[in-house]
Design a protein around this ligand. Structure first.
Ligand code: ZN
Length: 136
């Protein structure tokens, strides 16, 4: 089943950005650093989906470059798909531009791939095969 797994938002400060969710009474996860992505993040479960707040830990990270260019805001949408390998193969056949041609394995062991904004009307699209916790 296709589902929105999470919405990734690039922020300058996790502390500042998460306060609105805390004021709304939502549970914000503890902050976690993901070294390979050069980000710190929190996850906020909202119904069946989540919001992911991403703060850069390095000036040359993807998130820092995004904020420098476009400011804070929606960075990516993450969609859960039933069969990631089949989905990626289909997209390639259809000429869809992916950020990387190979499926990547994240720190938590989950498999993911990013579809380039050029092929998605401007919003980076992350595809994962199953739910992943606390990961960008
Ligand atoms: Zn994400």
């Amino acid at each position: 089943m296709f589902q929105i797994d999470h919405l990734g938002i690039a922020v300058k400060s996790l502390t500042a950005a998460k306060s609105i969710y805390e004021k709304l009474g939502l549970n914000v996860s503890p902050e976690e650093t993901v070294e390979q992505e050069k980000v710190r993040l929190v996850m906020i479960p909202i119904g069946e989906s989540r919001v992911e707040l991403l703060e850069s830990t390095s000036e040359d990270s993807t998130i820092a470059k995004f904020i420098a260019k476009r400011g804070e805001g929606l960075h990516h949408i993450c969609m859960r798909v039933p069969d990631l390998a089949a989905t990626v193969a289909k997209l390639k056949t259809d000429g869809v531009r992916l950020v990387s041609n190979e499926i990547k394995i994240g720190a938590g062991g989950h498999r993911y791939v990013f579809v380039h904004p050029q092929s998605t009307a401007g919003v980076l699209l992350e595809l994962v095969e199953s739910s992943h916790e606390n990961r960008p």
